[in-house]
Structures are given as structure tokens and as C-alpha cells.
Write a protein that binds this ligand. Structure first.
Ligand SMILES: *[C@@H]1O[C@H](CO)[C@@H](O)[C@H](O)[C@H]1NC(C)=O
Ligand SMILES: *[C@@H]1O[C@H](CO)[C@@H](O)[C@H](O)[C@H]1NC(C)=O
Ligand SMILES: CC(=O)N[C@H]1CO[C@H](CO)[C@@H](O)[C@@H]1O
Length: 368
């Protein structure tokens, strides 16, 4: 019975997304072949169609918390998306996209435990919660990824009790099976109360509030400079909702939107785990894609990909370095992917921080 209900709910949410796209958007932006954003009334956005959000009141701004001064993104969002007042950009999802994404999300058990076959990780994690947030510099890199592979760089937080898990992650992914192209995309993912959830706006749940920065978009990578973005996930002090922000020059804070607290049952008082790292998914034939920059972290700190100035918010919403807490290093396939914790006193621009290099070339013998 419960299973039938779950399946019905899933079908229902997919149907809602599709039907909503027949409503006329106020304005649309086509930023490339197969990439169109519709500006939808913020109160009628498909994200709100989730059954758990029937009584939800939209929060238009997070309650501001004090963060250490931090220069933000190195990547400017160049797409020049600007929806009219009262509307928000929503990626126009094709039928094919929604099907692919939902199938993928069902299999996406727990990306930081390498449980599912063909998944490999290189990252750090801390279990000493509760945490109210996490932020880090994440590097976006163009990599050659086959159609049936995926490569991510992510920050995440979550809580697990028995077989249940609540989880939120964001960062970059190259995932041709989703997007139909090999570009780097920003993304957000959640799994909530009933073990369900999804990517971006492929199903309902995420509430977009920024008029200019959609949760999911292709990232323009500079061929010569490191392309760095500073995503930040944090719980709102007053409402308990989980905000996604790109710290940077775009908006002073680029508050993109949030996952409402109603979606979760294990995150009310923070998350008991946080982490950052690279994740890859091999093709069914067993060929693992490159991770990071595709190079092992055995050269200079620019020669492999980097996560830098990794900070968390503690249970009192105070910012500290992730290594003020006990951390674990997770590398499940050292033959193919490595991780090296930063040892020099180095900082990106303003502030000293905990950082590491990671990645590797992948290949055909990374194990399952
Ligand atoms: C919404 O509010 C009504 C009336 O208070 C309540 O019966 C219902 O359970 C609520 N639904 C959700 C999803 O919270
Ligand atoms: C756009 O979508 C169509 C239909 O799915 C596909 O054939 C085409 O290759 C796509 N174009 C790009 C640039 O991904
Ligand atoms: C790490 C870093 O800051 N990289 C670059 C960010 O963008 C500026 C301006 O384009 C460059 O000067 C930095 O080298």
C-alpha cells in the first residue's frame, strides 16, 4: 500500500511539472539550443506543487546571518537572465529530461558512500553535527565525459537515522544523460521525508526566488583561469528552511532559493553530517570518467582540482573551518582518484582556510 502511494505521488509530481509548462510564461530566455528559461509567477512556480507544501508561505529573503567577509564567485553569471518583477526563471524541462532525471534520482542512493555500483568518491566529511550550513570554493572544470557517465563536484549536508536519510547537495555536474550536452552545469539535489526528492526543478519542492540566477544553469568556463564558485547551503534561523546562495558579486549575496523545511523530517535542528568532494558514476560497461581536472593531486595545487576555504555553520549558526571538527577522508578507489589535504598556508584572496586537491583520470579498472 505504502509503495503504491509513493509511486502515485511520484507520477503526480511529474504530471504537475508537465502541465504547468503549458501555462504561458511572462517572458522566456533562450540561452542555447535546448536551454530555455521561462519566467513564471513566483507564487505559481511548479516547485510549490509539492503535496507537502500545500500550506507553505513563500519566504522571499533569508534572515541574514553574519558571515566573515569573503569575496565571492570568480564566475560571473553571464547569461543575462533577468525575469520581470514577481517572476522567477524556471528551466523548461523536456519530457526526456524529466524521465532521465527521475530515473537517475531513484538510483541516487547516497552519493557520498559509494554504495551504488560504479560510484566513486574522493572527499572529506564530518559527522560531528548539528550543522546549520556549509560553504566552499568549488572549481568548475571542462572534462570529457561519455554519454552514460557523470562527474560531480559537490558540497552537501544531511542526516541519517536507521534506513532514512535527508540530504541536500549542490555544486557542478557534467552529466550528458541529463542535459543532452557535455557542459558543466550548476545544480541542486534533495532527498526528503519519504526518501523522495530530485534534481533542480525536475520535480516540485525547490522554491526559486532569485530573478537572475536559476538553480540550474550551464557555466561558462574560462580556458585560462580557474573558474571558482562559492556555493553556500544554510538553514534559516527563523523559518528552518534550507537556503541555497552563491556568495558573490552578482546580487551582493546571490540568494537563489530554498528547500522548505516541510520537505524534511531529520533536519529540523540542523544536519548531523557535512561534506565536500568529487563523485563520479561509471558507465554500465565499467568505464569510470575523470574526476576534478582528470589529474591526480600529486603536482602543484593548480595542477589538480581544488576545494578551498571549506567552512561550516555550527549549531549556533557561527562560521568556522570544517577542520575545527573531526573530519574523515573518503577515497574509495585510490588507483583511479586521489585526495591531498593542503599543507601550505595558502588562501584564496582574503582568508586562510582548509583546502584540498582531488581527482584522477578514472579508467577501466577502478572497481565497482
Ligand atoms: C494544511 O493545513 C490544513 C488545515 O490546517 C491541514 O489539515 C493539512 O494537514 C495541512 N497540510 C499540510 C501538507 O501541511
Ligand atoms: C536538442 O534536443 C534534440 C532532441 O532531444 C537533440 O536531438 C539535439 O541533439 C539537442 N541539441 C543539443 C545541442 O543538445
Ligand atoms: C583564483 C582566482 O581568483 N582566479 C581568477 C578569478 O578571476 C580574476 C579576474 O578574472 C583573475 O584575476 C583570477 O586569477
Amino acid at each position: 500500500m505504502a509503495l503504491v502511494m509513493n509511486l502515485l505521488l511520484l507520477l503526480f509530481s511529474v504530471a504537475l511539472v508537465r502541465s504547468d509548462q503549458t501555462t504561458t510564461p511572462l517572458k522566456s530566455f533562450k540561452i542555447g539550443e535546448n536551454v530555455t528559461y521561462d519566467c513564471i509567477d513566483i507564487y505559481k512556480q511548479p516547485g510549490l506543487d509539492h503535496p507537502l507544501l500545500k500550506n507553505h508561505t513563500i519566504q522571499v529573503k533569508p534572515s541574514r546571518i553574519q558571515l566573515n567577509s569573503q569575496i565571492g564567485n570568480n564566475i560571473t553569471h553571464k547569461n543575462k537572465l533577468k525575469c520581470p518583477d514577481g517572476t522567477v526563471p524556471v528551466l523548461r524541462n523536456t519530457k526526456e529530461f524529466i524521465t532521465n532525471v527521475n530515473l537517475f534520482a531513484e538510483k541516487y542512493v547516497h552519493p557520498q558512500s559509494a554504495d551504488s555500483p560504479g560510484t566513486h568518491i574522493a572527499g572529506v566529511r564530518s559527522h560531528a553535527g548539528p550543522y546549520r550550513g556549509i560553504q566552499a570554493w568549488v572549481e568548475a572544470v571542462d572534462l570529457k565525459i561519455e554519454k552514460d557517465q557523470a562527474s560531480y563536484s559537490q558540497i552537501y549536508l544531511g542526516s541519517g537515522v536507521n534506513q532514512q536519510i535527508n540530504y541536500i547537495s549542490t555544486g557542478f555536474m557534467i552529466n550528458p544523460g541529463f542535459f543532452g550536452d557535455g557542459r558543466v552545469w550548476s545544480y541542486g539535489f534533495w532527498k526528503g521525508k519519504d526518501g523522495k526528492g530530485c534534481y533542480n526543478t525536475a520535480c516540485s519542492g525547490f522554491v526559486q526566488v532569485s530573478r537572475t540566477i536559476p538553480i540550474v544553469q550551464p557555466i561558462a568556463i574560462s580556458p585560462t583561469e580557474s573558474s571558482l564558485l562559492r556555493p553556500f547551503i544554510h538553514q534559516d534561523k527563523n523559518t528552518g528552511n534550507w537556503w541555497l546562495t552563491h556568495l558573490g558579486p552578482d546580487e551582493p549575496y546571490g540568494d537563489i532559493g530554498y528547500w522548505p523545511k516541510e520537505l524534511f523530517n531529520l533536519l529540523d535542528n540542523g544536519a548531523n553530517m557535512v561534506g565536500v568532494g568529487g563523485v563520479v558514476k561509471a558507465s554500465p560497461s565499467g568505464s569510470s570518467p575523470p574526476m576534478g581536472k582528470g589529474t591526480f593531486p600529486d603536482g602543484g595545487r593548480r595542477s589538480s582540482a581544488i576545494f578551498a576555504n571549506i567552512d561550516v555553520l555550527n549549531s549556533d549558526f557561527e562560521q568556522s573551518k570544517i577542520n575545527s571538527f573531526p573530519i574523515e577522508i573518503l577515497v574509495d578507489s585510490p588507483k583511479c582518484y586521489g585526495l591531498r589535504v593542503g599543507t601550505v598556508k595558502w588562501y584564496i584572496r582574503t582568508r586562510l582556510g582548509y583546502f584540498f586537491n582531488y581527482g584522477g583520470p578514472g579508467g577501466n579498472s577502478c572497481g565497482v
